[in-house]
Design a protein around this ligand. Structure first.
Ligand code: MSP
Length: 574
Protein backbone atom coordinates (compact mmCIF):
# COMPACT_ATOMS: atom_id res chain seq x y z
CA UNK A 1 0.00 0.00 0.00
CA UNK A 2 2.87 2.31 0.84
CA UNK A 3 4.32 1.84 -2.63
CA UNK A 4 0.99 2.68 -4.25
CA UNK A 5 0.68 5.75 -2.11
CA UNK A 6 4.16 6.97 -2.96
CA UNK A 7 3.47 6.48 -6.66
CA UNK A 8 0.41 8.65 -6.31
CA UNK A 9 2.46 11.38 -4.61
CA UNK A 10 5.25 11.29 -7.19
CA UNK A 11 2.77 11.97 -9.94
CA UNK A 12 1.67 15.21 -8.39
CA UNK A 13 2.72 18.12 -10.47
CA UNK A 14 0.48 21.17 -10.63
CA UNK A 15 -2.42 19.86 -12.64
CA UNK A 16 -3.97 22.13 -15.18
CA UNK A 17 -7.43 20.70 -15.63
CA UNK A 18 -10.33 22.75 -16.89
CA UNK A 19 -11.35 23.64 -13.34
CA UNK A 20 -9.35 26.08 -11.29
CA UNK A 21 -10.55 25.64 -7.73
CA UNK A 22 -9.40 28.25 -5.21
CA UNK A 23 -10.14 28.43 -1.50
CA UNK A 24 -9.77 30.85 1.39
CA UNK A 25 -9.47 29.59 4.95
CA UNK A 26 -12.84 29.38 6.62
CA UNK A 27 -13.14 32.03 9.30
CA UNK A 28 -13.77 31.47 12.99
CA UNK A 29 -17.05 32.91 14.11
CA UNK A 30 -15.82 33.76 17.60
CA UNK A 31 -15.45 37.44 16.68
CA UNK A 32 -16.33 39.89 13.93
CA UNK A 33 -14.20 40.10 10.78
CA UNK A 34 -11.14 42.37 10.76
CA UNK A 35 -8.89 43.48 7.91
CA UNK A 36 -6.58 40.46 8.38
CA UNK A 37 -9.49 38.17 7.54
CA UNK A 38 -10.55 40.37 4.67
CA UNK A 39 -6.99 40.21 3.35
CA UNK A 40 -7.05 36.39 2.93
CA UNK A 41 -10.35 36.71 1.05
CA UNK A 42 -9.28 39.64 -1.13
CA UNK A 43 -6.14 37.81 -2.26
CA UNK A 44 -8.16 34.76 -3.30
CA UNK A 45 -10.80 36.90 -4.99
CA UNK A 46 -8.26 38.95 -6.96
CA UNK A 47 -6.50 35.73 -7.98
CA UNK A 48 -9.78 34.26 -9.28
CA UNK A 49 -10.78 37.43 -11.09
CA UNK A 50 -7.43 37.43 -12.86
CA UNK A 51 -7.80 33.75 -13.79
CA UNK A 52 -11.24 34.41 -15.28
CA UNK A 53 -9.92 37.37 -17.24
CA UNK A 54 -6.87 35.49 -18.48
CA UNK A 55 -8.45 32.09 -19.17
CA UNK A 56 -12.12 32.60 -19.97
CA UNK A 57 -12.39 28.96 -21.02
CA UNK A 58 -11.54 27.72 -17.50
CA UNK A 59 -14.10 27.08 -14.80
CA UNK A 60 -12.78 29.16 -11.92
CA UNK A 61 -14.36 28.38 -8.59
CA UNK A 62 -13.85 30.30 -5.36
CA UNK A 63 -14.95 28.95 -2.01
CA UNK A 64 -14.96 30.73 1.33
CA UNK A 65 -17.00 30.33 4.50
CA UNK A 66 -17.05 30.08 8.26
CA UNK A 67 -15.55 27.65 10.76
CA UNK A 68 -18.16 27.23 13.46
CA UNK A 69 -17.31 24.33 15.76
CA UNK A 70 -15.19 24.01 18.88
CA UNK A 71 -14.74 25.25 22.40
CA UNK A 72 -13.80 28.77 21.57
CA UNK A 73 -16.96 29.35 19.56
CA UNK A 74 -18.96 27.78 22.37
CA UNK A 75 -17.24 30.08 24.90
CA UNK A 76 -17.73 33.21 22.79
CA UNK A 77 -21.47 32.50 22.50
CA UNK A 78 -21.76 31.92 26.25
CA UNK A 79 -19.90 35.16 26.93
CA UNK A 80 -22.44 37.04 24.81
CA UNK A 81 -25.36 35.15 26.37
CA UNK A 82 -26.58 34.00 22.97
CA UNK A 83 -27.44 30.40 21.98
CA UNK A 84 -24.44 29.08 20.10
CA UNK A 85 -26.31 28.29 16.84
CA UNK A 86 -27.74 31.82 16.73
CA UNK A 87 -24.34 33.29 17.53
CA UNK A 88 -22.82 31.38 14.59
CA UNK A 89 -25.61 32.59 12.27
CA UNK A 90 -25.00 36.20 13.26
CA UNK A 91 -21.23 36.26 12.87
CA UNK A 92 -21.30 34.15 9.72
CA UNK A 93 -23.71 36.67 8.22
CA UNK A 94 -21.33 39.51 9.12
CA UNK A 95 -18.59 37.80 7.14
CA UNK A 96 -20.92 37.42 4.19
CA UNK A 97 -21.85 41.11 4.38
CA UNK A 98 -18.28 42.35 4.61
CA UNK A 99 -17.27 40.13 1.72
CA UNK A 100 -20.24 41.28 -0.35
CA UNK A 101 -19.40 44.92 0.24
CA UNK A 102 -15.75 44.24 -0.65
CA UNK A 103 -16.83 42.70 -3.99
CA UNK A 104 -15.59 39.27 -3.02
CA UNK A 105 -17.48 36.93 -5.28
CA UNK A 106 -17.38 33.38 -3.96
CA UNK A 107 -19.10 30.60 -5.87
CA UNK A 108 -19.82 28.99 -2.54
CA UNK A 109 -19.94 30.14 1.06
CA UNK A 110 -19.74 27.09 3.25
CA UNK A 111 -20.53 26.77 6.95
CA UNK A 112 -19.23 23.84 8.94
CA UNK A 113 -22.58 23.57 10.72
CA UNK A 114 -24.33 22.69 7.45
CA UNK A 115 -25.60 19.14 6.90
CA UNK A 116 -23.68 18.72 3.61
CA UNK A 117 -20.45 19.37 5.51
CA UNK A 118 -21.30 17.03 8.39
CA UNK A 119 -21.97 14.28 5.83
CA UNK A 120 -18.62 14.92 4.16
CA UNK A 121 -16.74 14.82 7.49
CA UNK A 122 -18.41 11.55 8.48
CA UNK A 123 -17.52 10.00 5.13
CA UNK A 124 -13.94 11.26 5.30
CA UNK A 125 -13.56 9.90 8.85
CA UNK A 126 -14.89 6.50 7.86
CA UNK A 127 -12.50 6.42 4.90
CA UNK A 128 -9.49 7.14 7.13
CA UNK A 129 -10.71 4.59 9.66
CA UNK A 130 -11.39 1.84 7.15
CA UNK A 131 -7.94 2.35 5.63
CA UNK A 132 -6.37 1.79 9.04
CA UNK A 133 -5.06 5.32 9.64
CA UNK A 134 -7.03 5.99 12.83
CA UNK A 135 -6.62 4.20 16.16
CA UNK A 136 -7.78 4.76 19.73
CA UNK A 137 -5.27 5.65 22.46
CA UNK A 138 -4.96 7.24 25.88
CA UNK A 139 -3.50 10.67 25.38
CA UNK A 140 -2.17 13.27 27.75
CA UNK A 141 -0.52 16.57 27.09
CA UNK A 142 -0.70 20.36 27.26
CA UNK A 143 -3.84 21.48 25.49
CA UNK A 144 -4.43 25.00 24.21
CA UNK A 145 -8.16 25.68 24.00
CA UNK A 146 -7.72 28.82 22.00
CA UNK A 147 -5.58 27.10 19.35
CA UNK A 148 -7.61 23.86 19.68
CA UNK A 149 -4.43 21.81 19.76
CA UNK A 150 -2.07 19.80 21.96
CA UNK A 151 1.41 21.30 22.24
CA UNK A 152 4.79 19.71 22.99
CA UNK A 153 7.13 21.06 25.69
CA UNK A 154 9.26 22.83 23.10
CA UNK A 155 6.18 24.77 21.96
CA UNK A 156 5.55 26.16 25.44
CA UNK A 157 6.75 29.01 27.64
CA UNK A 158 6.55 28.68 31.42
CA UNK A 159 5.67 31.72 33.48
CA UNK A 160 7.41 30.76 36.73
CA UNK A 161 5.64 33.30 38.92
CA UNK A 162 2.21 31.84 38.17
CA UNK A 163 3.32 28.34 37.17
CA UNK A 164 1.29 28.83 34.00
CA UNK A 165 2.38 27.57 30.61
CA UNK A 166 1.62 29.44 27.40
CA UNK A 167 1.77 28.53 23.73
CA UNK A 168 4.97 30.08 22.32
CA UNK A 169 3.32 30.68 18.98
CA UNK A 170 -0.02 32.20 19.96
CA UNK A 171 0.69 33.32 23.55
CA UNK A 172 -2.48 31.61 24.83
CA UNK A 173 -2.47 29.57 28.09
CA UNK A 174 -2.53 25.76 28.01
CA UNK A 175 -3.91 23.20 30.43
CA UNK A 176 -2.84 19.64 31.25
CA UNK A 177 -5.34 17.23 29.72
CA UNK A 178 -5.63 13.46 29.94
CA UNK A 179 -8.16 11.68 27.78
CA UNK A 180 -8.83 8.82 25.42
CA UNK A 181 -8.70 10.01 21.84
CA UNK A 182 -8.62 8.74 18.34
CA UNK A 183 -5.19 9.24 16.84
CA UNK A 184 -4.24 9.70 13.20
CA UNK A 185 -1.04 7.99 12.00
CA UNK A 186 0.62 11.20 10.85
CA UNK A 187 4.05 9.67 11.47
CA UNK A 188 3.51 7.32 8.53
CA UNK A 189 3.10 10.18 6.08
CA UNK A 190 6.30 12.07 6.83
CA UNK A 191 8.09 11.10 3.59
CA UNK A 192 5.04 11.55 1.40
CA UNK A 193 4.30 14.98 2.80
CA UNK A 194 7.93 16.03 2.44
CA UNK A 195 7.88 14.90 -1.16
CA UNK A 196 4.68 16.85 -1.79
CA UNK A 197 6.05 20.01 -0.16
CA UNK A 198 9.22 19.89 -2.26
CA UNK A 199 7.45 20.00 -5.62
CA UNK A 200 8.16 23.08 -7.73
CA UNK A 201 5.99 26.07 -6.75
CA UNK A 202 4.02 23.99 -4.26
CA UNK A 203 4.42 26.38 -1.35
CA UNK A 204 4.66 30.08 -2.12
CA UNK A 205 6.57 32.21 -1.10
CA UNK A 206 9.57 29.89 -0.80
CA UNK A 207 10.36 30.91 2.78
CA UNK A 208 7.28 28.99 3.93
CA UNK A 209 8.45 25.88 2.13
CA UNK A 210 11.61 26.11 4.20
CA UNK A 211 9.62 26.40 7.43
CA UNK A 212 7.68 23.26 6.53
CA UNK A 213 10.79 21.35 5.58
CA UNK A 214 12.38 22.32 8.92
CA UNK A 215 9.37 20.90 10.75
CA UNK A 216 9.52 17.80 8.57
CA UNK A 217 13.17 17.24 9.40
CA UNK A 218 12.06 16.07 12.89
CA UNK A 219 9.96 12.93 13.31
CA UNK A 220 6.25 13.76 13.13
CA UNK A 221 4.22 12.53 16.09
CA UNK A 222 0.79 11.00 15.49
CA UNK A 223 -1.96 13.54 16.01
CA UNK A 224 -5.09 13.38 18.11
CA UNK A 225 -8.15 13.77 15.90
CA UNK A 226 -11.01 13.57 18.38
CA UNK A 227 -12.03 15.02 21.74
CA UNK A 228 -14.32 13.61 24.42
CA UNK A 229 -17.83 14.89 23.68
CA UNK A 230 -18.37 15.87 27.30
CA UNK A 231 -15.51 18.39 26.94
CA UNK A 232 -16.07 19.58 23.36
CA UNK A 233 -19.71 19.05 22.49
CA UNK A 234 -20.22 21.84 19.93
CA UNK A 235 -18.65 19.67 17.25
CA UNK A 236 -19.36 16.85 14.80
CA UNK A 237 -19.76 13.45 16.52
CA UNK A 238 -17.28 10.74 15.58
CA UNK A 239 -19.18 8.24 13.39
CA UNK A 240 -20.26 5.21 15.43
CA UNK A 241 -18.88 6.62 18.70
CA UNK A 242 -20.94 9.35 20.34
CA UNK A 243 -18.52 9.65 23.23
CA UNK A 244 -16.08 11.50 20.96
CA UNK A 245 -16.30 14.49 18.64
CA UNK A 246 -14.14 15.18 15.58
CA UNK A 247 -11.10 17.44 16.14
CA UNK A 248 -12.04 20.88 14.87
CA UNK A 249 -9.08 21.15 12.50
CA UNK A 250 -9.96 17.88 10.78
CA UNK A 251 -13.56 19.07 10.62
CA UNK A 252 -12.51 22.48 9.25
CA UNK A 253 -10.08 21.22 6.60
CA UNK A 254 -12.72 18.92 5.11
CA UNK A 255 -14.75 22.04 4.17
CA UNK A 256 -12.65 22.28 1.03
CA UNK A 257 -14.03 18.88 -0.02
CA UNK A 258 -17.61 19.47 1.15
CA UNK A 259 -17.87 22.60 -0.94
CA UNK A 260 -17.32 20.68 -4.20
CA UNK A 261 -19.82 17.97 -3.33
CA UNK A 262 -17.65 15.29 -1.66
CA UNK A 263 -18.35 12.41 -1.22
CA UNK A 264 -20.56 12.50 -4.34
CA UNK A 265 -18.62 11.81 -7.53
CA UNK A 266 -19.12 15.35 -8.84
CA UNK A 267 -16.41 16.60 -6.48
CA UNK A 268 -13.66 15.10 -8.65
CA UNK A 269 -14.43 17.63 -11.41
CA UNK A 270 -12.87 20.29 -9.21
CA UNK A 271 -10.41 18.28 -7.19
CA UNK A 272 -7.65 19.01 -6.23
CA UNK A 273 -7.71 22.75 -5.49
CA UNK A 274 -5.36 24.64 -7.80
CA UNK A 275 -4.56 27.13 -5.06
CA UNK A 276 -5.36 27.46 -1.37
CA UNK A 277 -4.80 30.87 0.17
CA UNK A 278 -3.86 30.80 3.86
CA UNK A 279 -2.24 33.03 6.47
CA UNK A 280 1.14 32.00 7.88
CA UNK A 281 -0.35 31.11 11.29
CA UNK A 282 -2.19 28.13 9.80
CA UNK A 283 0.70 26.80 7.70
CA UNK A 284 1.28 23.63 9.75
CA UNK A 285 -2.36 22.59 9.43
CA UNK A 286 -2.44 23.11 5.66
CA UNK A 287 1.15 22.15 4.83
CA UNK A 288 1.43 19.00 6.97
CA UNK A 289 -1.84 17.70 8.41
CA UNK A 290 -3.94 18.44 5.33
CA UNK A 291 -1.81 16.69 2.67
CA UNK A 292 -1.34 13.76 5.09
CA UNK A 293 -5.11 13.45 5.69
CA UNK A 294 -5.78 13.59 1.94
CA UNK A 295 -3.11 11.06 1.04
CA UNK A 296 -4.42 8.77 3.76
CA UNK A 297 -7.90 9.03 2.26
CA UNK A 298 -6.50 8.29 -1.22
CA UNK A 299 -7.09 11.85 -2.47
CA UNK A 300 -4.78 14.24 -4.22
CA UNK A 301 -3.43 17.13 -2.11
CA UNK A 302 -3.71 20.72 -3.39
CA UNK A 303 -1.67 22.09 -6.28
CA UNK A 304 -0.38 25.10 -4.41
CA UNK A 305 -0.51 26.81 -1.04
CA UNK A 306 -0.26 30.57 -1.25
CA UNK A 307 0.79 31.71 2.20
CA UNK A 308 0.50 35.34 3.22
CA UNK A 309 1.97 37.19 6.16
CA UNK A 310 0.08 39.29 8.65
CA UNK A 311 -1.12 42.81 9.05
CA UNK A 312 0.23 44.43 12.16
CA UNK A 313 -0.72 47.73 13.71
CA UNK A 314 2.27 49.68 14.97
CA UNK A 315 4.29 46.50 14.62
CA UNK A 316 1.92 44.44 16.81
CA UNK A 317 -0.40 41.64 15.72
CA UNK A 318 -4.01 42.76 15.71
CA UNK A 319 -5.96 41.42 18.65
CA UNK A 320 -9.08 42.31 20.56
CA UNK A 321 -7.19 42.42 23.86
CA UNK A 322 -4.83 45.05 22.47
CA UNK A 323 -7.79 47.09 21.17
CA UNK A 324 -5.99 47.55 17.87
CA UNK A 325 -8.25 45.55 15.58
CA UNK A 326 -9.04 47.39 12.34
CA UNK A 327 -12.68 46.96 11.42
CA UNK A 328 -13.10 46.82 7.62
CA UNK A 329 -16.54 48.42 7.77
CA UNK A 330 -15.15 51.45 9.60
CA UNK A 331 -12.10 51.62 7.38
CA UNK A 332 -14.36 51.53 4.32
CA UNK A 333 -16.24 54.57 5.60
CA UNK A 334 -12.99 56.47 5.18
CA UNK A 335 -11.56 54.88 2.06
CA UNK A 336 -14.49 53.03 0.44
CA UNK A 337 -14.21 49.24 0.15
CA UNK A 338 -12.50 49.63 -3.23
CA UNK A 339 -9.95 51.92 -1.60
CA UNK A 340 -9.42 49.39 1.19
CA UNK A 341 -9.04 46.53 -1.32
CA UNK A 342 -6.51 48.57 -3.25
CA UNK A 343 -4.55 49.45 -0.13
CA UNK A 344 -4.41 45.84 1.14
CA UNK A 345 -3.25 44.46 -2.21
CA UNK A 346 -0.97 47.42 -2.94
CA UNK A 347 0.80 47.44 0.41
CA UNK A 348 0.63 43.80 1.45
CA UNK A 349 3.39 41.42 0.38
CA UNK A 350 3.18 37.71 1.06
CA UNK A 351 6.66 37.18 2.46
CA UNK A 352 6.64 39.73 5.29
CA UNK A 353 4.20 41.41 7.63
CA UNK A 354 2.66 44.70 6.56
CA UNK A 355 2.04 47.54 8.91
CA UNK A 356 -1.41 49.06 8.68
CA UNK A 357 -1.41 52.80 9.08
CA UNK A 358 -4.08 55.35 8.36
CA UNK A 359 -1.55 57.92 7.19
CA UNK A 360 -0.04 55.47 4.73
CA UNK A 361 -3.45 54.40 3.41
CA UNK A 362 -4.54 57.98 2.91
CA UNK A 363 -1.31 58.92 1.17
CA UNK A 364 -1.39 55.99 -1.24
CA UNK A 365 -5.06 56.30 -2.11
CA UNK A 366 -4.87 60.04 -2.68
CA UNK A 367 -1.75 59.85 -4.74
CA UNK A 368 -2.57 56.77 -6.82
CA UNK A 369 -6.33 56.40 -7.11
CA UNK A 370 -7.39 60.04 -6.80
CA UNK A 371 -4.47 61.79 -8.55
CA UNK A 372 -2.64 59.46 -10.91
CA UNK A 373 -5.70 57.54 -12.11
CA UNK A 374 -8.76 59.64 -11.25
CA UNK A 375 -7.38 63.02 -12.14
CA UNK A 376 -6.14 61.83 -15.53
CA UNK A 377 -9.62 60.59 -16.40
CA UNK A 378 -11.16 63.90 -15.30
CA UNK A 379 -8.66 65.81 -17.42
CA UNK A 380 -9.25 63.71 -20.52
CA UNK A 381 -13.01 64.07 -20.07
CA UNK A 382 -12.99 67.78 -19.17
CA UNK A 383 -15.69 69.59 -21.16
CA UNK A 384 -13.32 72.47 -21.94
CA UNK A 385 -10.97 70.08 -23.75
CA UNK A 386 -13.42 67.46 -24.88
CA UNK A 387 -16.69 69.34 -25.51
CA UNK A 388 -18.14 66.52 -27.63
CA UNK A 389 -17.52 64.07 -24.72
CA UNK A 390 -15.94 61.46 -26.95
CA UNK A 391 -13.30 58.75 -26.86
CA UNK A 392 -11.76 59.93 -30.11
CA UNK A 393 -9.75 57.97 -32.60
CA UNK A 394 -6.14 58.89 -33.21
CA UNK A 395 -5.02 60.47 -36.42
CA UNK A 396 -2.25 58.29 -37.87
CA UNK A 397 -0.14 61.22 -39.07
CA UNK A 398 -0.32 63.13 -35.80
CA UNK A 399 0.41 59.99 -33.86
CA UNK A 400 3.51 59.37 -35.94
CA UNK A 401 4.54 62.99 -35.47
CA UNK A 402 4.08 62.84 -31.69
CA UNK A 403 6.11 59.64 -31.57
CA UNK A 404 8.88 61.32 -33.54
CA UNK A 405 8.96 64.66 -31.75
CA UNK A 406 7.88 64.03 -28.17
CA UNK A 407 9.86 61.61 -26.00
CA UNK A 408 6.97 61.26 -23.56
CA UNK A 409 4.88 59.67 -26.33
CA UNK A 410 7.46 56.99 -26.96
CA UNK A 411 7.80 56.32 -23.23
CA UNK A 412 4.05 55.96 -22.84
CA UNK A 413 3.82 53.68 -25.83
CA UNK A 414 6.60 51.47 -24.48
CA UNK A 415 5.08 51.15 -21.05
CA UNK A 416 1.69 50.28 -22.56
CA UNK A 417 3.24 47.71 -24.86
CA UNK A 418 4.85 45.97 -21.86
CA UNK A 419 1.81 46.19 -19.62
CA UNK A 420 0.19 42.89 -20.52
CA UNK A 421 3.28 40.70 -20.27
CA UNK A 422 4.57 42.26 -17.07
CA UNK A 423 1.26 42.24 -15.25
CA UNK A 424 0.59 38.70 -16.35
CA UNK A 425 3.78 37.43 -14.75
CA UNK A 426 3.04 39.38 -11.56
CA UNK A 427 -0.53 38.10 -11.37
CA UNK A 428 0.63 34.52 -11.90
CA UNK A 429 2.61 34.83 -8.65
CA UNK A 430 -0.11 36.77 -6.79
CA UNK A 431 2.25 39.76 -6.71
CA UNK A 432 -0.57 42.25 -6.69
CA UNK A 433 1.68 45.04 -5.40
CA UNK A 434 3.79 44.70 -8.55
CA UNK A 435 0.73 44.76 -10.79
CA UNK A 436 -0.33 48.01 -9.13
CA UNK A 437 3.22 49.34 -9.47
CA UNK A 438 3.30 48.54 -13.18
CA UNK A 439 -0.13 50.06 -13.84
CA UNK A 440 0.79 53.19 -11.87
CA UNK A 441 4.05 53.52 -13.81
CA UNK A 442 2.06 53.40 -17.06
CA UNK A 443 -0.38 55.98 -15.71
CA UNK A 444 2.51 58.22 -14.65
CA UNK A 445 3.82 57.96 -18.21
CA UNK A 446 0.33 58.89 -19.44
CA UNK A 447 0.14 61.91 -17.11
CA UNK A 448 3.56 62.94 -18.29
CA UNK A 449 2.55 62.57 -21.93
CA UNK A 450 -0.61 64.59 -21.34
CA UNK A 451 1.35 67.43 -19.68
CA UNK A 452 4.12 67.47 -22.28
CA UNK A 453 1.79 67.40 -25.27
CA UNK A 454 -0.05 70.49 -23.95
CA UNK A 455 -3.51 69.65 -25.35
CA UNK A 456 -5.04 72.84 -23.89
CA UNK A 457 -3.06 74.88 -26.47
CA UNK A 458 -4.78 73.00 -29.30
CA UNK A 459 -8.42 73.34 -28.41
CA UNK A 460 -10.87 75.37 -30.51
CA UNK A 461 -10.42 79.13 -30.10
CA UNK A 462 -6.69 78.98 -29.25
CA UNK A 463 -3.90 80.20 -31.51
CA UNK A 464 -2.60 76.69 -32.27
CA UNK A 465 -6.04 75.14 -32.56
CA UNK A 466 -5.70 71.70 -34.16
CA UNK A 467 -8.55 69.28 -33.62
CA UNK A 468 -7.00 66.08 -35.11
CA UNK A 469 -3.86 66.51 -32.99
CA UNK A 470 -5.92 67.27 -29.88
CA UNK A 471 -8.02 64.15 -30.47
CA UNK A 472 -4.90 62.06 -30.98
CA UNK A 473 -3.61 63.17 -27.56
CA UNK A 474 -6.92 62.42 -25.89
CA UNK A 475 -7.12 59.06 -27.68
CA UNK A 476 -3.66 58.09 -26.51
CA UNK A 477 -4.48 59.15 -22.93
CA UNK A 478 -7.76 57.25 -22.97
CA UNK A 479 -5.96 54.21 -24.35
CA UNK A 480 -3.67 54.29 -21.32
CA UNK A 481 -6.68 54.58 -19.02
CA UNK A 482 -8.51 51.81 -20.83
CA UNK A 483 -5.60 49.37 -20.73
CA UNK A 484 -4.80 50.11 -17.08
CA UNK A 485 -8.50 49.74 -16.31
CA UNK A 486 -8.49 46.26 -17.86
CA UNK A 487 -5.36 45.31 -15.91
CA UNK A 488 -6.70 46.61 -12.59
CA UNK A 489 -10.08 44.83 -12.76
CA UNK A 490 -9.05 42.00 -10.38
CA UNK A 491 -7.73 44.48 -7.79
CA UNK A 492 -10.38 47.23 -7.91
CA UNK A 493 -13.30 45.63 -9.77
CA UNK A 494 -15.86 48.37 -9.14
CA UNK A 495 -13.61 51.32 -9.93
CA UNK A 496 -12.22 49.61 -13.02
CA UNK A 497 -15.75 48.88 -14.20
CA UNK A 498 -16.74 52.52 -13.78
CA UNK A 499 -13.67 53.64 -15.67
CA UNK A 500 -14.33 51.22 -18.54
CA UNK A 501 -18.03 52.11 -18.53
CA UNK A 502 -17.17 55.79 -18.78
CA UNK A 503 -14.96 55.05 -21.78
CA UNK A 504 -17.72 52.85 -23.24
CA UNK A 505 -15.45 49.85 -23.59
CA UNK A 506 -17.75 46.97 -24.59
CA UNK A 507 -17.89 44.16 -22.01
CA UNK A 508 -16.55 41.74 -24.61
CA UNK A 509 -13.43 43.89 -24.97
CA UNK A 510 -12.42 43.90 -21.32
CA UNK A 511 -10.65 40.52 -21.34
CA UNK A 512 -6.92 40.00 -21.00
CA UNK A 513 -6.48 39.16 -24.68
CA UNK A 514 -7.69 42.67 -25.50
CA UNK A 515 -4.62 44.19 -23.90
CA UNK A 516 -2.28 42.94 -26.55
CA UNK A 517 -4.80 42.84 -29.37
CA UNK A 518 -6.03 46.38 -29.11
CA UNK A 519 -2.76 48.05 -28.46
CA UNK A 520 0.19 46.31 -30.06
CA UNK A 521 -1.56 46.22 -33.42
CA UNK A 522 -2.92 49.75 -33.24
CA UNK A 523 -0.96 51.92 -30.83
CA UNK A 524 -3.82 54.27 -30.20
CA UNK A 525 -7.52 53.90 -30.69
CA UNK A 526 -7.64 54.18 -34.48
CA UNK A 527 -10.95 52.46 -34.90
CA UNK A 528 -13.37 55.40 -34.90
CA UNK A 529 -14.48 57.59 -32.06
CA UNK A 530 -17.27 56.79 -29.65
CA UNK A 531 -19.36 58.78 -27.26
CA UNK A 532 -18.41 58.69 -23.58
CA UNK A 533 -21.01 57.40 -21.16
CA UNK A 534 -22.76 60.49 -19.87
CA UNK A 535 -24.40 58.56 -17.02
CA UNK A 536 -21.07 57.63 -15.44
CA UNK A 537 -19.20 60.33 -13.57
CA UNK A 538 -15.63 61.10 -14.60
CA UNK A 539 -14.84 61.51 -10.91
CA UNK A 540 -13.50 58.08 -10.03
CA UNK A 541 -12.09 58.42 -6.55
CA UNK A 542 -12.59 61.35 -4.22
CA UNK A 543 -9.58 62.56 -2.28
CA UNK A 544 -9.58 61.75 1.42
CA UNK A 545 -9.04 64.72 3.68
CA UNK A 546 -8.50 64.81 7.39
CA UNK A 547 -10.98 66.73 9.51
CA UNK A 548 -9.08 66.41 12.78
CA UNK A 549 -5.66 64.96 12.19
CA UNK A 550 -4.42 63.04 15.23
CA UNK A 551 -1.14 61.40 15.99
CA UNK A 552 -2.73 58.02 16.64
CA UNK A 553 -2.67 57.23 13.02
CA UNK A 554 -4.12 53.73 13.08
CA UNK A 555 -7.23 54.66 15.01
CA UNK A 556 -10.33 55.13 12.91
CA UNK A 557 -10.38 58.86 12.37
CA UNK A 558 -12.96 61.29 11.19
CA UNK A 559 -11.96 61.69 7.61
CA UNK A 560 -14.15 62.75 4.79
CA UNK A 561 -13.92 62.23 1.12
CA UNK A 562 -14.23 65.33 -1.03
CA UNK A 563 -14.52 65.92 -4.69
CA UNK A 564 -11.13 66.28 -6.32
CA UNK A 565 -10.50 70.02 -6.28
CA UNK A 566 -7.21 69.60 -8.05
CA UNK A 567 -7.97 71.67 -11.13
CA UNK A 568 -6.22 71.16 -14.33
CA UNK A 569 -3.74 73.95 -13.81
CA UNK A 570 -2.89 74.13 -17.48
CA UNK A 571 -6.49 74.59 -18.40
CA UNK A 572 -6.77 77.63 -16.18
CA UNK A 573 -3.66 79.06 -17.74
CA UNK A 574 -4.95 78.77 -21.27
N1 MSP B 1 -10.66 28.74 11.16
C1 MSP B 1 -9.27 28.74 10.92
C2 MSP B 1 -8.96 28.35 9.51
C3 MSP B 1 -9.50 27.02 9.09
S1 MSP B 1 -9.22 26.70 7.42
C4 MSP B 1 -9.62 25.09 7.21
C5 MSP B 1 -8.71 30.14 11.19
N2 MSP B 1 -9.59 31.14 11.17
S2 MSP B 1 -9.22 32.67 11.47
O1 MSP B 1 -10.46 33.37 11.40
O2 MSP B 1 -8.50 32.77 12.70
O3 MSP B 1 -8.25 33.13 10.35
C6 MSP B 1 -8.62 33.10 9.02
C7 MSP B 1 -7.58 33.77 8.16
O4 MSP B 1 -7.38 35.11 8.57
C8 MSP B 1 -6.22 33.09 8.21
O5 MSP B 1 -5.69 32.98 6.91
C9 MSP B 1 -5.39 34.04 9.02
O6 MSP B 1 -4.03 34.00 8.70
C10 MSP B 1 -5.99 35.37 8.59
N3 MSP B 1 -5.65 36.41 9.54
C11 MSP B 1 -6.06 36.53 10.83
N4 MSP B 1 -5.40 37.59 11.39
C12 MSP B 1 -4.56 38.13 10.47
C13 MSP B 1 -3.79 39.31 10.41
N5 MSP B 1 -3.62 40.09 11.43
N6 MSP B 1 -3.25 39.64 9.21
C14 MSP B 1 -3.48 38.91 8.07
N7 MSP B 1 -4.20 37.82 8.11
C15 MSP B 1 -4.54 37.25 9.32
O7 MSP B 1 -7.51 30.26 11.35
Amino acid sequence: MLIRRIKCVRNLGIRYNSSHYVTTPIFYVNAAPHIGHLYSAVIADAHCRYQRLRNPEKTVRLCTGTDEHGTKIQQAATLHGIPVAKYCDDISERYREVFRSASIQPDDFIRTTEERHKRAVAHFWRTLHSRGHIYSAAYSGWYCVSDETFLTDSQLRLDESTETRFSLESGHPVEWTEETNYMFRLSQFQDDVRHWVKQEARIRPAKFEKILLDTLSEPLPDVSVSRPSNRVHWAIPVPDDDSQTVYVWLDALVNYLSSVGYPNKEFSAHWPPAQQVIGKDILKFHGIYWPAFLLAAGLEPPGQLHVHSHWTVDGQKMSKSKHNVVDPVQAAQQYTMEGLRYFLLREGVAHSDGNYSHVKAQRILNSELADTLGNLLSRACAKSLNPGQIYPSADAEHLADLLRTLDATKRLQESLLQLSERCESHYECNHFHLVADTAMAALHAANNFFESSRPWTLKAGTAESNQPRLETIIAMTMDALRLCGIVLQPIIPQLATRLLDKLRVPTAERGWNYLAKSFASSPAHLGGSCQLDGQTSALLFQRIVEENPTKEEHKPQPAKRIKSKKKDRRETMS
